[in-house]
Design a protein around this ligand. Structure first.
Ligand code: GTQ
Length: 347
C-alpha cells in the first residue's frame, strides 16, 4: 500500500510528466468544456446613437477613409474587450465615409452586411455593380467579392457593419487582398441584380456559379417597409417578435448570407412581448420608433439608431408604446446548418 505522501507524490509526478508531453487531464476541465447550458463571456449591451454618433464623426478628423482602409469604430462586447467581437461569432462596427472619400477596393473571405443608419446616396460597389445606400437599406458584400465604398453626396454616411470575422478565424479560413485601385471598374448597370433576382422572377438560364449567397445584394428599405406595413393589419403577430421577416436568398429560400441571418421586424404600438431565448446571439439596430427590451435582468430603453446585443440563450422581451421597426442579425444560418439552433418561448 502507498502511504498518503507517496500517493500525492505519485499524483504530482503524473501531472508533471503528462504536462511535459502536452497532455492534460480532461477531468479538470470537462464541466467547463461541455456545459449543461450555453455559456458565454458576451454580455447584454446597448450603444446609444446620441452618444456614439459624435465620436464616429470625430473619427473623420482623426484619419481618412483611405488611410484607415476602413474607418470603423468597432462595437466591442464589454465582456470580450480587445477581441473585436460583439458576440462569440460575430463582429460589428460603425463605418463612416465623408463626402468625397473612398474606402479603397479590397476583398476577403469574410462576408459582410451593411445596414445604413445615416446619410443619403453614398455608394458601395460589389463585384462590378454600384448601389446607392439610403437609411434602412440592407446590403450584402458576399465572401471574396471586390468592394469599395465612396461618398459623392454632400452628407457623411454612417452604416452598421456586420461581419462573420470570428467564424472565419475559427476555421483558419481568412484570406484578403487589396485590388491596388481605389475603385474597381463597373461591369454592370446600376440596379442589375435587384432587377434580375429581386422581383419574384429568375432568369431561366441562370448563369450564377453558386446559390450560397443571395444575388440580390441590395435590399432597399422602401420595399421592406411596404411589406411590413401590408402585413401589420393582416398577419398574426408573433407573441415575442411581432412581425419579423427574414431576408432571403431567392435562389433557395434560405438566408441571404450563408453565415449571417438578417431580419427586419415591426413591433406594434403597445406591444408587450413574451420572454424568449435562442442560441443565436443577436444584434439589433433601431430603425424607427422607440421601445424597451429587457435582456436578462437589465432594461434597455431604445430609440432610433441605437444598437443593442442580446447574447445567445439570454432571455429577453420587447415592449413598445409606439410602433417600432428593428433590424437584426445573428449567426443562425450556421447553427441551423449544423443542427444546433434552439429557441424557447417562456409561457
Ligand atoms: O467594409 O470591407 O467593419 O473589411 C471591417 C472589415 C468593414 C469593409 C469592417 C472590413 C470592412
Amino acid at each position: 500500500m502507498k502511504n498518503k505522501n507517496t500517493t500525492s507524490n505519485f499524483k504530482n509526478n503524473f501531472y508533471k510528466n503528462i504536462d511535459q508531453l502536452h497532455l492534460a487531464p480532461l477531468w479538470d476541465v470537462l464541466s467547463n468544456l461541455v456545459t449543461d447550458f450555453p455559456k458565454t463571456k458576451a454580455v447584454p449591451h446597448m450603444w446609444q446613437w446620441k452618444k456614439v454618433k459624435e465620436h464616429v464623426l470625430t473619427a473623420g478628423e482623426v484619419i481618412t477613409a483611405e488611410e484607415a482602409e476602413r474607418r470603423v469604430l468597432v462595437l466591442e462586447n464589454p465582456g470580450m474587450k480587445g477581441e473585436s467581437k460583439i458576440t462569440d461569432t460575430l463582429y460589428a462596427g460603425l463605418q463612416l465615409i465623408l463626402p468625397g472619400e473612398i474606402a479603397p477596393s479590397h476583398r476577403h473571405t469574410q462576408s459582410a452586411l451593411r445596414f445604413i443608419i445615416e446619410g443619403k446616396g453614398a455608394y458601395t460597389t460589389v463585384d462590378g455593380e454600384i448601389t446607392r445606400m439610403f437609411p434602412g437599406d440592407f446590403i450584402i458584400t458576399p465572401s471574396w467579392t471586390w468592394h469599395d465604398h465612396g461618398n459623392e453626396s454632400s452628407d457623411p454616411m454612417i452604416w452598421l457593419d456586420g461581419l462573420d470575422i470570428p467564424i472565419i478565424n475559427q476555421f483558419t479560413s481568412s484570406f484578403a487582398e487589396k485590388l491596388g485601385q481605389k475603385r474597381q471598374i463597373l461591369q454592370k448597370p446600376e440596379g442589375h441584380s435587384i432587377a434580375r433576382y429581386g422581383s419574384g422572377l429568375l432568369p431561366v438560364n441562370n448563369t450564377l456559379s453558386s446559390d450560397k449567397v443571395s444575388p440580390v445584394f441590395s435590399y432597399p428599405f422602401s420595399r421592406t417597409r411596404e411589406v411590413l406595413e401590408k402585413m401589420k393589419d393582416n398577419d398574426k403577430w408573433d407573441k415575442s417578435h411581432g412581425i419579423r421577416l427574414k431576408y432571403t436568398n431567392p435562389l433557395n429560400g434560405g438566408h441571404a448570407i450563408p453565415t449571417m441571418a438578417t431580419f427586419m421586424q415591426l413591433l406594434p404600438k403597445t406591444f408587450e412581448g413574451k420572454y424568449s431565448r435562442s442560441t443565436d446571439g443577436t444584434i439589433y439596430c433601431v430603425v424607427e420608433g422607440s421601445g424597451k427590451t429587457i435582456i436578462g435582468t437589465e432594461k434597455y430603453s431604445w430609440h432610433k439608431g441605437d444598437i443593442f446585443v442580446v447574447p445567445g440563450w439570454e432571455k429577453f422581451k420587447h415592449s413598445t408604446k409606439e410602433e417600432a421597426v428593428l433590424f437584426s442579425f445573428s449567426d443562425r444560418p450556421v447553427q441551423e446548418m449544423l443542427g444546433l439552433y434552439r429557441e424557447e418561448i417562456a409561457e
